[in-house]
Ligand binder design. Structure first.
Ligand SMILES: N[C@@H](CCC(=O)N[C@@H](CS)C(=O)NCC(=O)O)C(=O)O
Length: 214
């Protein structure tokens, strides 16, 4: 049995934040597959009773602890490992600010947009897709401007704010209908910097469930 287990699936950018962090810090971990698309297991009473009352992935299991919300998981792993940990009160609050912005605006719009565009049955209504895409572009522009100032969100060193922000940004351009890294050049350069870190892996290689069965 590994030290950590992560409930996750390959298409989940929310889960990727936690999976990438576990890999980058060199943790001993294994994925627990959440069959989100076929069985919708996260919606079952059993999952809500025994795994996560919020009915979501990711969930990190560490001994008797079960942690949910990727931001909480990132903070827990950073505090335990000392890696990607923002130091001092100002940086800690700043990291939290970007993690919440990501959850609500970057991943928070890109995630449902990509889901409705590729995976939902039936696929999303054009008006809903347009709304989410517009919101996602607004958030990406803000991120791109921020990353014009320094190599990472908080400055010279990467923190959990950066790990969180990667959530949906490595998925293939055809899933979005536009190329995030090409269109937002500072975001693209920052994604390359993170990709160059030892043990970086793509979400489709890191978590189970890709490709989806036909
Ligand atoms: N803010 C949460 C979001 C988690 C989330 O929404 N996960 C999705 C999978 S990508 C989920 O499990 N959704 C459950 C559902 O829609 O039924 C986090 O960052 O952990």
């Amino acid at each position: 049995m590994t030290e950590y287990q992560l409930y996750c699936f390959a298409q989940s950018g929310n889960a990727y934040r936690a999976a990438l962090m576990l890999n980058l810090i060199g943790a001993d971990w294994q994925p627990v597959f959440v069959d989100f698309f076929k069985a919708g297991v996260q919606r079952s009473a059993e999952y809500r009773e025994t795994v996560n009352e919020m009915g979501e992935a990711p969930v990190l299991v560490h001994g008797h602890k079960k942690l949910t919300q990727s931001g909480v998981i990132l903070l827990y792993l950073a505090e335990r490992s000392g890696k990607f940990l923002p130091r001092g009160e100002d940086d800690r609050l700043e990291a939290l600010r970007w993690i919440i912005f990501d959850n609500q605006k970057v991943g928070g719009n890109l995630g449902p947009y990509r889901f409705l565009r590729n995976f939902a049955r039936p696929l999303g209504e054009p008006a809903a897709l347009e709304f989410l895409k517009h919101r996602a572009h607004g958030a990406l522009a803000i991120l791109d401007k921020r990353l014009s100032r320094a190599p990472y969100l908080l400055g010279a060193e990467p923190t959990i704010a950066d790990i969180s922000m990667t959530s949906y940004l490595y998925y293939p351009p055809d899933e979005f209908g536009f190329d995030i890294a090409a269109q937002y050049r500072n975001v693209g350069a920052w994604l390359d910097r993170i990709k160059a870190m030892p043990r970086w892996a793509h979400p489709y290689d890191l978590m189970p469930g890709h490709p989806l069965p036909a």
